[in-house]
Write a protein that binds this ligand. Structure first.
Ligand SMILES: Nc1ncnc2c1ncn2[C@@H]1O[C@H](COP(=O)(O)OP(=O)(O)O)[C@@H](O)[C@H]1O
Ligand SMILES: [Mg+2]
Length: 324
């Protein structure tokens, strides 16, 4: 069995790759950032591929990598490879519209949304949903392109100047704004089991709650590490470049964990994470984001009390039924 490990972000994959290479000798790293492939199905050398690609756009990456990755996953499957977190999971991960489709098909609460591709259609969509609205690209990640519009005139201005950011494929969603208890919750699962779960306090005007280092899509901001405030005169921590301060672990209620597992399965994924709010208008969880990759929380071992890389490797060995 020849196994590929698909990745694109060195910072998020270094550690995991080391662990996988130690435990699965011969595993082949495939960096999609430089992906070229012979399209002959007979040339497919892999029987299994572990897909851990985050297709989030970033300043130093060509947007086409998003689409090249989708072609590659489709081609791998077409060529007979088993892809862990395959093309369907990847497609849903890159479509806020499909994510809403999954949540609603499972009768779970989610922010009402209308998918658009023309900027001017945002006006009618927002009218139908009711202000305030959130507008986000289908292919987002780390809060990229997300905007909050409090009222009609704010949105009108944005539309007039074609200022909505609908991302690399220029499609997006107009979404109901959810009032919450002030936290972003994220539950990660490996198959049927909880991997870990974290919550982060919301910061006004901030949409990036990526819990790993190095996932800002914008110019790095310099922020004091909230866990270890800077000493006077120095020691600024450059790692926290998003809203990801104050991360805590938390135990999701059994029904929430069960619903996350249902979302992962319905999305055709083997592992992944789901984000939700506790909606203060309904008192219920409101699911709004599915991420088929897990970039792991920073300082995972310290925060979680176990090595996320080793646990991920255990999971891979188990589902491939190999002794490693
Ligand atoms: N419908 C919404 N109502 C209120 N806040 C939202 C809504 N959708 C997203 N947000 C805020 O934006 C952040 C990023 O949204 P998300 O859908 O997770 O995008 P991304 O794919 O970039 O992570 C969320 O963590 C939350 O803080
Ligand atoms: Mg998110």
């Amino acid at each position: 069995m020849r196994i590929a490990f698909l990745y694109e972000h060195p910072t998020w994959s270094d550690q995991l790759l080391l662990v996988l290479q130690r435990r699965i000798p011969g595993i082949v790293p495939v960096n999609v950032a430089e992906l070229r492939f012979d399209t002959d199905a007979n040339s497919c050398e892999f029987s299994v591929a572990i897909n851990r690609i985050n297709i989030m756009p970033s300043a130093d990456r060509l947007p086409q990598v998003v689409f090249q990755t989708q072609h590659y996953l489709n081609w791998l499957e077409q060529s007979g490879a088993r892809v862990i977190n395959g093309s369907r999971a990847h497609a849903i991960g890159s479509s806020k519209a499909m994510q809403n489709g999954v949540f609603s098909s499972l009768n779970l609460a989610y922010p009402n949304g209308i998918a658009i591709y023309r900027q001017e259609d945002a006006m009618d969509a927002a009218k139908q949903i009711g202000y305030p609205v959130i507008i986000k690209p289908n292919i987002g990640g780390s809060g990229s392109g997300i905007g909050l519009y409090e009222n009609r005139s704010e949105l009108e201005q944005a539309v007039k100047f074609k200022a909505l950011d609908l991302g690399v494929d220029r499609t997006g969603i107009v979404q109901q704004y959810i009032r919450s208890d002030g936290f972003v919750y994220r539950v990660e699962v490996l198959g049927d089991a909880l991997f870990y779960s974290i919550k982060q306090p919301l910061v006004a005007g901030e949409f990036n709650y990526c819990a790993a280092d190095g996932c800002s899509t914008d110019e790095p901001k310099q922020v004091v590490n909230v866990e270890q405030p800077a000493r006077e005169g120095g020691d600024l921590d450059f790692r926290r470049i998003n809203g990801a301060g104050g991360i805590q672990t938390h135990n999701p209620a059994p029904t929430i964990l069960n619903n996350v597992i249902r979302i992962i399965k319905a999305s055709g994924a083997d592992f992944g994470g789901v984000e939700y709010f506790m909606d203060t208008d309904t008192g219920q969880p409101c699911y709004y984001d599915f991420n088929p990759y897990s970039n792991f929380v920073s300082d995972g071992e310290k925060l979680l009390g176990f090595s996320p890389e080793q646990r991920f490797a255990d999971f891979v060995c188990r589902i491939l039924n190999i002794d490693c």
